[in-house]
Design a protein. Structure first.
Length: 264
């Protein structure tokens, strides 16, 4: 009998399908992985913004996870929207019982600018989760909040990554999409060795960027589940997201920030 490559997403639901759980499961499928989910929150949102958020109880979050691990082996975990300290604590409580690559996308706000992580939860995130994950994938805004340092130019990303590494995380990938340039420069900092690796990809001119961060971290998780090295996993995932942005730019969905095309 064949064996699925399994990836679990722990994240919030996006009813419009562009980000969150829905984007993760589409990405898993595009990478020939069997996707599973632990839903941390339900959001009412569309391409124009987040209208409402309702958190799932910590006990229900734990129950979802326990139901999966009692029956199915997990090859990798992707963590997305957590929302509050209670959810972070619940997720942190069960990560130690599993041995697989864990990727954390520290979702703090949506593409529309709406906040998705309460202020009091950031310190919980740093103390409870970062030491348990293999990779964290913040954008500029998130990296600045985690490090309490600003990013004004490309070289600042190195100092910020080094500061975040002091929180106990093994690898930091700071996404460079916020710079106004023809290329997107992402920085991988390996805490154990101090190695710095840059990933350069062409910038796609499009407003359809909803769910880009979710999609990238989900794709990296798929490659890590298939035992790829961290550098190879990130590079392959970046190539996928670049193509998803390029093909997504050809479509119009909704009246705001449209999604990438996951089904490439």
């Amino acid at each position: 009998m064949k064996k699925y490559t399994t990836v679990l997403t722990i994240a919030g639901s996006d009813c419009s399908g562009g980000a969150g759980i829905q984007a993760d499961l589409k990405t898993f499928c595009a990478h020939d992985c069997y996707g599973m989910s632990v839903i941390t929150a339900v959001t009412a949102q569309n391409t124009q913004g987040v209208k409402a958020i309702e958190s799932i109880s910590p006990q229900m979050i734990k129950s979802q996870f326990n139901s999966i691990i009692k029956d199915i082996e997990i090859d990798a975990i992707k963590i997305g929207m957590l929302g509050n300290a209670a959810t972070i604590e619940a997720v942190a409580s069960f990560l130690d019982v599993i041995d697989c690559p864990i990727v954390l996308d520290p979702v703090m706000c949506a593409s529309s600018g709406d906040s998705l992580l309460s202020r009091d939860a950031i310190s919980f995130l740093c103390k409870k989760l970062l030491p348990s994950v293999d990779l964290i994938t913040p954008n500029h805004h998130e990296a600045q909040r985690l490090s309490e340092q600003s990013i004004e130019e490309k070289k600042d990303m190195i100092a910020v990554a080094q500061k975040i590494s002091q929180l106990g995380v093994k690898n930091i990938l700071i996404k460079g999409g916020d710079f106004d340039s023809s290329t997107c420069s992402d920085l991988l900092f390996k805490a154990n060795t101090g190695e710095i690796i840059w990933f350069e990809h062409p910038r796609i001119k499009t407003t359809n960027t909803h769910g880009t961060g979710c999609t990238l971290s989900a794709a990296i998780s798929c490659h890590l589940a298939k035992n790829k090295t961290m550098q190879t996993a990130i590079n392959s995932a970046k190539n996928y997201v670049t193509q998803a942005l390029r093909q997504g730019s050809e479509y119009q969905l909704g009246k705001g920030i449209g999604p990438v095309n996951h089904g490439i």
